[in-house]
Design a protein around this ligand. Sequence first.
Ligand code: SF4
Ligand code: SF4
Length: 474
Amino acid sequence: MPPQPPTDDFRDHLASVKQDGQRQWVFPKKPRGRFTRYRDGVAYGLLALLVAGPLIKINGQPLLMINILERKFVVFGQIFWPQDMYIFVLILLAAVVFIALFTVVYGRLFCGWVCPQTIFMENVFRKIEYWIEGDYTKQRALAKAPWNREKIVKRGGKYLIFYAISVGIAHVFLAYLIGADELFKIMREPVRDHVAGIGVLLLFSGAFFTVFTYLREQVCLVACPYGRLQGVLVDPDTLVIAYDHPRGEPRGKLRKGQTRTEGDCIDCLQCVHVCPTGIDIRNGTQLECINCTACIDACDEIMDRIGKPRGLVRYASQRSIEATPGQPVQKVQVRTVAYTAVLAGLLGLISYLVFTRSLVDAQLMRAQGQIYQVLPSGYISNLYNLKVINKAAAGLPVQLRVIAPATGGRITVVGGPLTVPAEGLADQVIIVELPPSTIPGPRSEIKLGVYGQLNGQEQLLKTVKSTFLAPAAP
Ligand code: SF4
Ligand code: SF4
């Protein structure tokens, strides 16, 4: 008898890579069923939200903007400046803890239902592919066919549409980076005025086209860091898409007229045919599974046809699949409670920092190369550069006063009264004059207050400190 191929060689290589290292192109069968319908609904809702996002404004600010070039970040209409970066870092940390917590309990639910890669691949690009090239058997035949007229028309049309959609995604992506208003300017005005912007658009379009036309599932399998983390986040109590092997095994083909002695799996391979990453879920939880639910729908359809209960492949934890009836399954794990506590703490801290965040930031620096001047009145003057940042959406007139030393100090703003533009910065030269009797030494600390109108009342918005130079006492 010739040697049999090993049955668990799936552990040693990716289903989408051949033994010789070449790419094994995956042609998944078009999924259909209740989970596919639910996922379609969620996906199209999220796509609408994604496209509308840059157009939605809260207090005149976009819903979300991550402008790295101008170092301006807007989340839910709240502007975050480089000075607020610590809050932004905390928000990112909370997002990571949330994803980790979510994964411990619900596995890769994010990948299957919310991840933009899955949504664009399965609900946009793959649907167009089915529409143009037909289902998986036709796609496979077309891939093998020589470059005849049909193949050129179908493939050419597909790539054209894919590129047009990639350009669309690139526009949306850029709108999140620079804001919709800037994007519309790039679209309206002559190309020569926006060479960099157009270049970035072309770059993004090419990247999206490559990802969705060529890389596809490889992004989830090889490049995605979240996918790589599954091994440490998922445990036997995590909800995953699982094959009920005690019920399904031993698997065996369904034969007409024969009394069945095997398990419920009729080895029809439908769950394998629909899998976009090319794996067999009956081999157990695998890193390649993106929780797309296609195998649940495929198997439920088969179970309906052969008159068996649905759910041979279903959302379940490994422990619940292996539990004997009546055996209690632990629902809440210690690490779930710990992650929740950390997440609650982080959210509390972020809320506190956001709500107590100052709308004004200021910095006072002595003008370079200047020391002091003794005025005819006897006062000593020093020259400073004052920078005031206004994070609010309206211009802010500010007044400056000397706080320390406490008496007799005067401030002159070079160029007149100071108004800080909305979401802007005022960089102003100011002269501070102090009566000699209040100056403790040749090099003393000075403290100024930046005042402005908030909620109809004048308030101290910020205090700034610097050094005041004066002649040594005789
Ligand atoms: S679809 Fe269901 S019955 Fe068919 S091979 Fe997969 S698990 Fe077995
Ligand atoms: S195993 Fe099932 S859920 Fe996982 S990727 Fe394949 S079809 Fe989707």
